[in-house]
Design a binder for this molecule. Structure first.
Ligand code: ZN
Length: 128
């Protein structure tokens, strides 16, 4: 199932961060990532597509629902700590947008469900 635009961007940001982290820490050439980083990325994408906030999702660092399992959470933290500050240099636009996403108010679960209910039915599933 394709992700809504907000989450597609988030997925792109995560991918870029993992690639950057892997390149600098696991010595893999540009454009490829090692198996363990690949595994993490798959996991992160899966969590994104299951995110209850969808379009209203804050950045994962600010999220009120901690959906990563412990081990993956630790890996995420390590990757973000390494790649976060470097993103400004390698992917300035992406880093900027991520910063804006991080400034959004974090919706609580109840209001996000409410928002979904108020959405016209034919709006669902039409996103590319
Ligand atoms: Zn790696």
């Amino acid at each position: 199932m394709p992700l809504p635009p907000r989450l597609t961007r988030e997925a792109k940001t995560i991918t870029a961060m993992v690639e950057l982290y892997c390149r600098n820490n696991h010595d893999f050439p540009k454009g490829t990532i090692c198996e363990s980083c690949h595994e993490f990325l798959e996991y992160a994408r899966k969590r994104l597509s299951n995110c209850p906030f969808q379009e209203q999702k804050p950045t994962c660092g600010k999220c009120t629902v901690h959906c990563y399992k412990k081990e993956m959470q630790l890996r995420a933290r390590k990757i973000m700590r390494h790649s976060g500050p470097r993103m400004i240099l390698t992917h300035p636009l992406m880093a900027f947008l991520h910063l804006l996403d991080g400034k959004k108010r974090v919706p609580d679960r109840r209001s996000s469900r409410q928002a979904k209910k108020n959405q016209p039915k034919n709006n669902r599933g039409t996103q590319k």
